[in-house]
Design a protein around this ligand. Structure first.
Ligand code: UD1
Ligand code: UDP
Length: 381
């Protein structure tokens, strides 16, 4: 098959890597970078760290308001799809690149595959929630990272072509963590921190960065914590901090965004992670690092329910209290599969390439396909 994979933002490069390696064993992948993220620290470093092949197309769309950014991506993606005429298009996650890829493919009647389908925050104020709802409605095949995501889709009437395969971000951790750990102590030395004696923070959600009260709440919570903090700052957040004139205390080390291997190393050795990122919440869980989530809700409620993640929002008192008292110790069940999601995805696509607008017979969906593909690569129960 010829498969067009659409990527554009930082987490999509990471999610693309394991899938790309698995697909390229048997298929031809055409990698399209929309250009949504373009700074070296937001894009190039990931291609290097992950050994991801250079994009076949770079659409150079860049930043902008949602409508213009998504529209430009759609227009340029349409040209690529008309030229390449792929057998299917893969989008992942919930960015504007996901939305544009899904719409462009569906309008050209090209079968659409959504990886990380069925995630829901139930908060339509998040641009990501809108992007996911549309991508899931249009996709012909849905690959879910948790069993709960399968249920979310079912509640919306989407039951055909739905597979729980696990999280490709866990595949990435499995593949890249050994390399990250080789450089970890060097990196920590350069940053003058010891393992398990610092906090790692990331913030980039629109809901936090576009709201001065919420961002000020986060910073004042962090300022009140008497422990070294490493904070790789997303460009959007750096601009917002400057715009609102906020100050970070001297114990907070504001870094440029770091590459994936450095990020894994910093996560693995952190005593605690504070974040509003979806990917970072999951990585904290994979690595067994307590996580305080700087939001009022999360798509990843399972991690909260098993006690490894706590929602603290942006109120400085709740952040401080979480820092003081949150000490998870229970087991971490394999909510996100076993780190072999990409192989399952490739196996399912190879055995039954999706057709546009296909109505799978239920027996086909949950019978032959699942047994053949998943039987070869069993999931933990
Ligand atoms: C996007 C995704 C979000 C994802 C995040 C991953 C959407 C709607 N949002 O958010 O779901 O969690 O990526 O990091 O798709 N900027 C730069 N350099 C860059 C990229 C961005 O300076 O390389 C600045 C620009 O000022 C830009 C702002 O960051 O306007 C926001 O970038 P954008 O891609 O629109 O959204 P993110 O906040 O990165
Ligand atoms: N990440 C990184 N460097 C950073 C911050 C994040 O490599 O400075 C990685 C992180 O480890 C995770 C992914 O980027 O794999 C998450 O992306 P982000 O937080 O930007 O988006 P989200 O997951 O919330 O969509």
């Amino acid at each position: 098959m010829k498969i067009v994979s659409v990527v554009g933002a930082r987490p999509e490069f990471i999610q693309a890597a394991p899938v790309s390696f698995a697909l390229r064993r048997e298929h031809r992948e055409v990698l399209v970078h929309t250009g949504q993220h373009y700074d070296d620290a937001m894009s190039r470093v990931f291609f290097e760290d992950l050994n991801l092949p250079a994009p076949d197309y770079h659409l150079g769309v860049g930043s902008g308001p949602h409508g213009r950014q998504t529209g430009e991506m759609m227009a340029r993606l349409e040209e690529v799809l008309l030229r390449e005429r792929p057998d299917l298009v893969i989008v992942r996650g919930d960015t504007n690149s996901t939305l544009a890829g899904a719409l462009a493919a569906a309008k050209l009647h090209i079968p659409l595959v959504h990886i990380e389908a069925g995630e829901r925050s139930f908060n339509k104020f998040m641009p990501e929630e809108i992007n996911r709802l549309v991508a899931d409605r249009l996709a012909d095949l849905h690959f879910c990272i948790t069993r709960r995501a399968v249920k979310h889709l079912a509640r919306e009437g989407i039951t055909e072509g739905v597979f729980f395969v696990g999280d490709v971000m866990l595949d990435a951790v499995r593949i890249y963590l050994p390399r990250a750990m080789e450089r970890a102590l060097d990196l920590l030395g350069r940053l003058h921190v010891e393992p398990r004696s610092y906090l790692l923070v990331t913030v980039h959600r629109a809901g936090n960065t576009d709201n001065p009260q919420r961002l000020a709440g986060i910073l004042s919570g962090l300022n009140a914590i008497p422990e070294p903090i490493l904070f790789p700052v997303h460009p959007r957040t750096r601009q917002a901090i400057a715009r609102y004139g906020l100050q970070a205390g001297p114990h907070i080390r504001m870094l440029e965004p770091v590459g994936y291997l450095d990020m894994l190393a910093l996560e693995a050795h952190a005593r605690m992670i504070l974040t509003d990122s979806g990917g970072v919440q999951r990585e904290a869980y994979f690595l067994g690092v307590p996580c305080l989530t700087l939001r009022e809700e999360t798509e990843l409620m399972e991690t909260v329910e098993v006690g490894w993640n706590r929602l603290v929002g942006t109120d400085p008192r709740r952040i401080l209290e979480g820092w003081q008292f949150f000490r998870p110790a229970g087991p971490r069940p394999p909510l996100f599969g076993d780190g072999h999601a990409a192989e399952r995805i490739a196996a399912i696509l190879g055995q039954s390439p999706p057709r546009f607008g296909q109505h799978y017979r239920r027996s086909e969906t949950i019978g032959r396909l699942v047994q053949e593909a998943m039987g070869r690569i069993p999931l933990p129960s």
